[in-house]
Unconditional design. Structure first.
Length: 67
């Protein structure tokens, strides 16, 4: 019974995009690991930019440095 937790920043991901992530992840596990889609769970968590860090910085600050 696979459980996959996808965490993304909260930046306007549409329901259609989330559905595609769920479908694609489920299909990948079925194809690569022969997992039953009926018992595969995919959860998407949206995290505020202020709650996500990379390189020791909040993601918004990190992105500014990349420009």
């Amino acid at each position: 019974m696979p459980y996959v937790n996808i965490k993304i920043t909260r930046e306007g991901t549409t329901p259609a995009q989330k559905a595609e992530l769920i479908k694609g992840t489920t299909e990948l596990l079925a194809r690569v690991l022969d997992k039953d889609p009926a018992t595969t769970f995919v959860v998407i968590d949206e995290v505020g930019l202020e709650d996500w860090g990379v390189g020791g910085l909040p993601v918004a600050e990190y992105r500014k440095m990349q420009d």
